[in-house]
Design a protein around this ligand. Structure first.
Ligand code: HMG
Length: 365
C-alpha cells in the first residue's frame, strides 16, 4: 500500500455576512459575557439569501481546483460531507458536480454522520487512493454546512457556516497517516428528524459525549507511550469546534484523566490548541467544515514534516483522531488568501437584520 496520497490543494469559502454574538446577546437580553467568555464565541457566519451549503461548497471547490496542477478531468471521485442535505435521495454532491461541470467516470456521493461526515469523506477518499482503486485519479472532498438552531435555542450563539474543499492526490499540502484512532458510541445527544428544520440537542449529554470521545481517541493514540512526550511531539492539536470553550473543556478533561496537573494541561492548551481556534471564532460552528477550518489554520506556515493531530467529532456519536504531517506547500498556505478575502469582504448584520434573515431561512438551512 502506498501512503503517498494526501491533501494536494485546499480551498475555503466563508459566507458574506456575520452577526457578532454581542448583538445576539442584546437581542436575547442575555449578558454578552455568557457568549464571549462562557462559550468562547465571537462571530456567527451567516449566509445571505443567495448563499447556501451548495454555493459554499462550489466556491471552496473552485478555489481548491484553481491552485491545483491537475484539471477537472483528473477527478474520479467527489464526496461531500454535510448535514445540510437538500434531499433524502439526491446527494448534495450532485448539485455541486453540476455547477463544476463534473460528470463521466466519477463516483459522486454525500456522506452523513453529523459533523464527522467531512472527515469520513476524506478517509474514504484516501483509502480509495491507497487501495489503488483510483487508477491514478484524484478525489475532491468537500465539507460544507450551514448551522442554524431554532430562534432562542441555547445553541443559537454557536451557529455558523463555511466550506472547506480538499483535493486528495499527492501530499503537497499535507500527508495523512493511514493509522487513525476512531471511537463511536451510539447516543441521542444531537439529532434532526426527517422534516425538522432545526436540530434537537440534549446539551449536557452532548458535552459529555464529546469529552468521552476525546479521552478514548487520545488514549488509543498514546497507547503504552508516555503521554507528555507523545502529545508534545505534535506542533498543534486541532479539534472539531462546536464552540471554542468546548475544545478547552475537552482538553482539560483529557489532562485530568491522564493525571496531568492543571498547569500542565493549561500549557498544552495554550501552546498547541488556542491558535488553531482563531478562524473558528470568526465562523462559528460550521459543522463538518469546523475541524477542517481549524486544520487549515494550523497548517499555515508549517515547515515540511511538522506533525499535528486532528480530532473529528460528530454527534450520534462518532469520532476519529488523525495524524497529519505538513507537506511542502503548507509554508506558503495558498488558502490563507481565501480566508483573508472572505473575512475582509463580509458585512456585519445587526440584530434586526438577523431576525429578518432568519425569517427567510429555508427549511434545509
Ligand atoms: P447553555 O444552557 O446556554 O449553557 O447552553 P450554560 O448555562 O451551561 O452556560 C454556558 C457557559 O457560560 C457556562 O460555562 C456558564 O458558566 C457560562 P461552564 O460553566 O460550562 O464553563 N456563563 C457565563 N460566563 C460569563 N458570564 C456570564 C455567564 N453566564 C453563563 N454572565 C450549550 C450551552 C453548549 C449546551 C448550548 O449552546 C448548546 O446546546 N449548543 C449546541 C450543542 C453543542 O454545541 N454541543 C457541543 C458538543 S456536541 C458537538 O460538538 C456536535 C455538534 O457540532 C453537532 C454535530 O455533530 O453535528 C454540535
Amino acid at each position: 500500500m502506498s501512503t503517498e496520497a494526501g491533501i494536494a490543494s485546499v480551498g475555503i469559502q466563508l459566507p458574506s455576512l456575520y452577526l457578532p454574538v454581542t448583538e445576539l446577546a442584546e437581542l436575547r437580553n442575555i449578558d454578552p459575557n455568557k457568549f464571549t467568555k462562557g462559550l468562547g464565541c465571537r462571530d456567527i457566519a451567516l449566509c445571505s439569501a443567495d448563499e447556501d451549503a451548495v454555493s459554499l461548497a462550489v466556491g471552496a471547490a473552485k478555489r481548491a481546483l484553481s491552485r491545483w496542477n491537475g484539471s477537472i478531468e483528473d477527478i474520479g471521485l467527489i464526496a461531500l460531507g454535510t448535514e445540510t442535505a437538500k434531499d433524502m435521495s439526491r446527494p448534495l454532491s450532485a448539485w455541486v458536480a453540476e455547477k463544476l461541470g463534473l460528470s463521466g467516470a466519477v463516483r459522486s456521493y454525500e456522506v452523513k454522520h453529523a459533523c464527522y461526515g467531512g472527515t469520513l469523506a476524506l478517509r474514504q477518499a484516501l483509502e480509495w487512493k491507497w487501495s489503488g482503486a483510483s487508477a491514478g485519479k484524484a478525489a475532491l472532498v468537500i465539507a460544507s454546512d450551514v448551522a442554524l438552531y431554532s430562534l432562542k435555542d441555547p445553541g443559537e450563539p454557536t451557529q455558523g457556516a463555511g466550506a472547506v474543499a480538499m483535493i486528495i492526490d499527492e501530499p503537497t499540502v499535507a500527508a495523512i497517516s493511514p493509522v487513525s484512532f476512531p471511537y463511536s458510541n451510539p447516543a441521542f445527544d444531537f439529532w434532526r428528524p426527517v422534516g425538522d428544520s432545526f436540530p434537537s440537542v440534549v446539551g449536557q449529554l452532548s458535552l459529555d459525549c464529546y469529552k468521552e470521545a476525546t479521552e478514548e481517541c487520545f488514549r488509543s493514540l498514546i497507547g503504552d507511550r508516555d503521554s507528555r512526550e507523545t502529545l508534545n511531539s505534535y506542533r498543534a492539536m486541532c479539534f472539531h469546534v462546536p464552540f471554542p470553550k468546548m475544545v478547552k473543556k475537552a482538553v482539560l478533561h483529557l489532562g485530568e484523566t491522564l493525571g496531568w496537573s492543571p498547569e500542565e494541561t493549561e500549557e498544552l492548551y495554550r501552546s498547541k490548541v488556542e491558535d488553531t481556534l482563531e478562524w473558528n471564532q470568526l465562523t462559528g460552528n460550521a459543522y463538518t467544515a469546523s475541524l477542517w477550518i481549524s486544520v487549515a489554520r494550523a497548517l499555515v506556515g508549517l515547515r515540511e514534516g511538522t506533525p499535528i493531530t486532528a480530532f473529528s467529532y460528530g454527534s450520534g456519536y462518532g469520532a476519529e483522531l488523525l495524524q497529519i504531517t505538513a507537506g511542502p506547500a503548507a509554508a506558503s498556505a495558498a488558502w490563507l488568501a481565501d480566508v483573508e478575502a472572505d473575512l475582509s469582504a463580509r458585512e456585519s448584520v445587526d440584530m434586526w437584520e438577523y431576525e429578518t434573515l432568519r425569517g427567510h431561512a429555508r427549511a434545509s438551512a
